[in-house]
Design a protein around this ligand. Structure first.
Ligand code: ADP
Ligand code: MG
Length: 257
C-alpha cells in the first residue's frame, strides 16, 4: 500500500468581503496517496478552486489541518505545479522562451534543468516548434507546452484546475487523454479539478465528489476500469464506465445526499 503524501483534516474556509461572509469549504477531509491521480468534481462555484489554493498554500484554511509527507520523508510543503484553464503562454515569447519562463524567473536556468526541458520538448513532439510563437500551435500543443513549463520546475505535486475546459469538446477529448497519459508517465501525484464527469471517470484512480457551496465531501469513489490498454480514450468504452458515470451523476445531483 502506497503511503499518503497529503492529508486534509476538517478544512473550512470563508471569504469575507464588504458584502458579507461567503462560506466556501466546510469540514473537508481526504487523503491522497503517492503517485495517485485524484479527480475532484463538484458544481460550479462550490469551492473547488479555493480548495486547490489551500492545498497549494496560496491561502490558509480558517480551521483544519493539512499535512504533507513527501516522497523523501520531509514534511515541508511540496513543490507544487499548477496548470490552469488557460495556458497563459506569452505571444511575445517563442515556445522555448515560454517553457523556460518559470526557470528564468526563479533563477534556475541550470544545464541540468535546460537539458530536461530539451528532452521534454522532444518527448512531447514540440522540438520542431521551439522557435515558433504560441499562436502557431494547436490547442493541444499549447497545453503540452504549458505542461512542459510546469514540469520544468520539478514539482512534487501537480494541481490541475480545469485545464481542458477552455477547449472545444472534441479537442478536449484528445488533449485531456494525451496530457494525462504524459502526466501518468511521470508517475507524479495529481489532483485534477473538473466539472466533466466523463473526464474524471476516464482519467482518475479516485473521484471526490463535493456538494454545492459550502463544499463538503459527499462521497469518494474509487475507479477500477477493465481496460485493454491504459489509454483514457479507451477508458470511455470500458464496460464499467457508464455505471460509474450514472452513479456519480446521482451523487452529484442528489440534494439529500
Ligand atoms: P469553483 O472553483 O468550484 O467554481 P471557487 O472556489 O472559485 O469555486 O469559489 C467558491 C465560492 O467563493 C464562489 O461562490 C465564489 O463566488 C466565492 N469566491 C471565490 N473567490 C472569492 C474571493 N476572492 N472573494 C470573495 N468570494 C470569492
Ligand atoms: Mg474554479
Amino acid at each position: 500500500m502506497q503511503k499518503n503524501i497529503l492529508e486534509l483534516k476538517n478544512i473550512s474556509y470563508s471569504y469575507h468581503t464588504l458584502q458579507g461572509e461567503t462560506p466556501a469549504l466546510k469540514n473537508i477531509s481526504f487523503d491522497v496517496k503517492e503517485g495517485e491521480f485524484v479527480a475532484i468534481v463538484g458544481p460550479s462555484g462550490c469551492g473547488k478552486s479555493t480548495l486547490l489554493s489551500i492545498i497549494a498554500d496560496l491561502i490558509q484554511p480558517e480551521s483544519g489541518t493539512i499535512a504533507f509527507n513527501n516522497p523523501d520523508g520531509s514534511l515541508h510543503y511540496p513543490k507544487v505545479g499548477y496548470m490552469l484553464q488557460h495556458d497563459h503562454l506569452f505571444e511575445w515569447r517563442t515556445v522555448y522562451k515560454n517553457v523556460i519562463l518559470g526557470l528564468e524567473i526563479n533563477h534556475q536556468l541550470t544545464k541540468e534543468k535546460l537539458d530536461y526541458v530539451d528532452q521534454l520538448l522532444i518527448d512531447y513532439d514540440l522540438d520542431r516548434f521551439r522557435n515558433s510563437r504560441p499562436s502557431e500551435l494547436s490547442g493541444g500543443m499549447k497545453q503540452r507546452a504549458a505542461l512542459i513549463r510546469t514540469l520544468a520546475m520539478g514539482p512534487e505535486l501537480l494541481l490541475l484546475d480545469e485545464p481542458f475546459s477552455a477547449l472545444d469538446y472534441q479537442t478536449r477529448l484528445m488533449v485531456s487523454a494525451d496530457i494525462c497519459k504524459l502526466i501518468r508517465k511521470t508517475g507524479k501525484t495529481v489532483i485534477l479539478i473538473t466539472h466533466d464527469l466523463a473526464e474524471a471517470v476516464s482519467l482518475a484512480d479516485r473521484i471526490i465528489v463535493l456538494s454545492k457551496r459550502p463544499a463538503t465531501v459527499k462521497e469518494t469513489v474509487p475507479i477500477h476500469l477493465t481496460l485493454p490498454d491504459d489509454s483514457p480514450l479507451a477508458a470511455r468504452h470500458a464496460p464499467e464506465f457508464q455505471d460509474y458515470f450514472s452513479y456519480l451523476w446521482e451523487v452529484l445531483t442528489d440534494e439529500n445526499h
